[in-house]
Structures are given as C-alpha cells and as structure tokens.
Design a protein around this ligand. Structure first.
Ligand code: FES
Ligand SMILES: [Fe+2]
Length: 438
C-alpha cells in the first residue's frame, strides 16, 4: 500500500472501489490535510460575520487555526491565529471584535488588523538583538491567498493554482442560486451555527450528502411519520399542511424517482445533486415573496431564478451547500475518525420574514440536537467508520453505475440519480491532490 512513505494511490483508489485505509489511516489523514486542505481554496466564513472593523471569526483550515477579520480599510483578511512571540493563539473566541488591534493575552504584543506588528512591551530589550519590527516574522502571518465570491470568503494557504472563480467553476451555482433568491441579491449570515462532531471520517459525510439512495432507506421512518401527520392535517382542516412537514415527508420519495434525478461532477471534485423536494408551494407566504422578487428582477428573471432546482452542491473538499434552503455545512476534519461540521444558515436580503422562518424550520428539523434526520445520518457515519476499522474487508464499493456515467465537455453526468458517480468523482480529485497533481 505504501512504500518509502509514498502512497500507492493507484492501488488505494481504483475506478470503482477504494481501500478502507483512505478513511482510517493516520498517515493518510495527515497527508490529506497537508496536500488537500492546506493546498486548495477552503471556505472560511461569510463577509457578513465581520461587518465592522475589528470584527473577527475564528476557524481552521486543515491543521491551521485562522482568523477572518475586517480590517480598518474594509478589506476582509485571513490570518494565522498565532502570536509571533511565543506562539500563543491570539483569539480564543469563535467570534468577537478586536478593537483597533489584536492584543496577545500572554505578553501583550499588539498587531494591526492586517496582522502587522503594532507595538511590543519592553522594546528596549530587543536593542542589539536580531529581532526587527520590519521582519515578517514579527507579524501575524496572512493566508497566501484570500478571495470572496458573492460574500463567501475562501482562503488558500499556498501560492499558485487557479483563482477562486476558476476553482469553483460550475460549483459557483451554489452561491449564485442562494444570493439570486434574495430580492437584493445578497445574503446575511445568521451569526451562530450548530457545531456537530461526527465520530467518523470527513469523506463519509461528503459522500452521504449526494447519496440519493440513502434518504428513503435511512430516513424512511421519519418520512412515514411526517406523511401520516400531513394526512391527518388535511383531514382535520381541509388545508394543505405547512411546508415544514414536506421537508420530512419528502424522504418517502420512492427509489425509482431518485433514479430519475441527476448528479453532476465538475472539475476539482465539486458535485451537484438535482433537487427533489419541489420547493415551489403556492401558499400565501411564497406568493408574497414571489411578488417581491418580481418587483426586483421582473417576471422573466424571477422565473429563471426560482426555476433553479438543486438540492446539494458540494464544493470539494470543504462545503456542502443547500442554496434553496439557505444553509451550508462547512467540513473541518479533526482526526481520521473525528469531523467537525459547522452548519450555518442565511437570510435572503429583502425577502419577507416568513421566508426566513421557513428556512429556519428546515435548519432546525434537520440539524438541531433533537433532529431525527441528522441523528440517523450520524449513526450511519459512526457505524461505517467502525466497520471500516475492522478486518472484515478491505474495500469500499463504488461500483453502482460505474462506467455508465458520461462526460460532457469535462463535466461528468450520472447515468441515474442513484449512480455512485459523486463518490468516484470526489476520489478522483482526492487522488490528484494527494499525488500532487492538482
Ligand atoms: S506569546 Fe504573544 S505576546 Fe508572548
Ligand atoms: Fe441523510
């Protein structure tokens, strides 16, 4: 499998199966963080998390703790969360306002919001030493590249490679779709999120997001209960049930309908799963929202925007976006068997409050600590990881519809919605990154 510290990637990742060690091996995990997460564009946060100068939010890129901060000149910067003096992390909170400078709580070195050193105490002690305020080593280190697309901020810790827009390619639709659904063309983040630690490898999570066979199996019981409640509401009130029940009853969508969907694989490992929920109800809230949209965009453009039908867009390797439901999940691998997901949601600027409430219903139903949906997924993820750790077999099968998907101008299209194209496609990108070719 590995010789002289070199991975035999052709053995580990085959066209229709991958070796279990890709999920469980500590050395492979370390290589993933270095060659993939610290070598490509990773989502850091949304500009609306840092509206005022000094506002910051902390997170991590691969193994690196980082700070996203709004500088005094209005620019959004991404800096390593490390004091150049003796290495202490400078910001220990998830978010806050640093004022005009970051001040280290250990020995009070101070840094401007762009990371450059501003002041250090007992400065005369550095006279006649090699220390120099102008030396970059005296300042906080910035990420090598920072760009944002429609307010979504990404950073890359290495130089070179494609710019963000080129990297995103077809996956830009995630952000276009979410922002276009806002009458004002922008979204505002809700400044708190669910943070979930999954006891499983990060790739199991991403694979699940586009696994169209699992909803009717894994979530079938929840779907059945929601369907029964919908029926009871219809009988008792003569009215159509609120949309939130449909979010769950949609899990009873029969398998042949999932087959009729399509998944798409874009360059760099990004994937898209077509929508299946049919989120275009005719209730009064939706109709009022559509009126506002028409006022901003006109009838034709509004139809174009609301006609976009995607369920998940994966921005490989760090994001799963549900644009029509205004939420995203950021993936932060912690260990081979531990993954943090940050689940954020957004308000459509200019849309009626009821539309936000509707997306909040989905956000809570699917992600909250009392959810019956993510709980089922998390249990699956843990069981998968434990099984992969065992000696019960060496391979993970991605054979379904292998060789049947088709390539159109460099974009892969699945033979059916149940094709394991997304898993094969993501591992294709994984292999390139770990081989140093991406
Ligand atoms: S470690 Fe930050 S000032 Fe000393
Ligand atoms: Fe699920």
């Amino acid at each position: 499998m590995a010789s002289n510290g070199k991975l035999d990637l052709d053995y580990l990742v085959q066209p229709d199966r991958v070796h279990r060690s890709c999920y469980t091996d500590a050395d492979i995990f370390a290589r993933e963080l270095e060659a993939l997460f610290e070598h490509t564009w990773i989502y850091v946060g949304h500009e609306s998390q840092v509206k005022q100068a000094g506002d910051y939010a902390t997170t991590q890129i691969g193994r690196q703790p980082v700070i996203m901060v709004r500088d005094a000149d209005g620019a959004v910067r991404v800096l390593y969360n490390r004091c150049p003096h003796r290495g202490s992390m400078l910001c220990n909170e998830l978010m806050g306002n640093a004022g005009q400078t970051f001040t280290c709580s250990y020995h009070a070195w101070q840094f401007n919001l762009d990371g450059s050193v501003y002041a250090i105490p007992a400065k005369q002690g550095y006279d006649n030493t090699r220390f120099c305020m102008e030396d970059p080593d005296a300042s906080m280190k910035p990420a090598a590249q920072v760009e944002s697309y429609r307010g979504f901020v990404f950073a890359k810790l290495s130089e070179g490679g494609p710019d963000l827009v080129t990297f995103l390619g077809g996956a830009r639709m995630a952000f276009d779709d979410m922002c276009d659904r806002a009458p004002e063309g922008e979204v505002d983040i809700v400044p708190t999120c669910f943070r979930v630690i999954q006891k499983s490898n990060w790739k199991i999570f991403l694979e699940n997001q586009l696994d169209a066979l699992h909803p009717s199996v894994t979530h079938g019981a929840v779907g059945k209960v929601a369907t029964d409640v919908e029926e009871a509401i219809r009988q008792e009130t003569g009215q159509e049930p609120p949309l939130k029940y449909h979010y769950l009853s949609a899990f009873t969508t029969p398998i042949f309908k999932w087959e009729g969907l399509e998944t798409v694989g874009h360059p760099h490992g990004h994937c898209v799963l077509q929508g299946y929920m049919g989120l275009r109800p005719q209730d009064s809230d939706t109709l009022a929202y559509e009126d506002v949209m028409r006022q901003h965009y006109g009838a034709e453009r509004t139809e174009e925007i609301l006609g976009v039908n995607v369920h998940h867009v994966l921005v490989y390797p760090c994001l799963s976006v549900q644009s029509s439901l205004q939420q995203l999940r950021a993936v932060r691998p912690l260990a081979p068997d531990r993954t943090l997901t940050e689940i954020w949601h957004f308000r459509l600027k200019g849309a009626p409050e009821a539309i936000y409430r509707r997306s909040l219903d989905y956000y809570n139903l699917v992600n909250s600590p009392s959810t019956m949906v993510n709980a089922d997924d998390l249990y699956n993820f843990w069981r998968c990881h434990e099984g992969l750790r065992s000696d019960g077999g060496d391979w993970v099968s991605f054979h379904r519809n292998a060789g049947m998907d088709h390539d159109k101008d460099g974009v892969m299209h699945s033979a059916t919605g149940l094709s394991e194209l997304p898993m094969r496609h993501m591992f294709g990108a994984w292999k390139q990154y770990l081989g140093g070719a991406a």
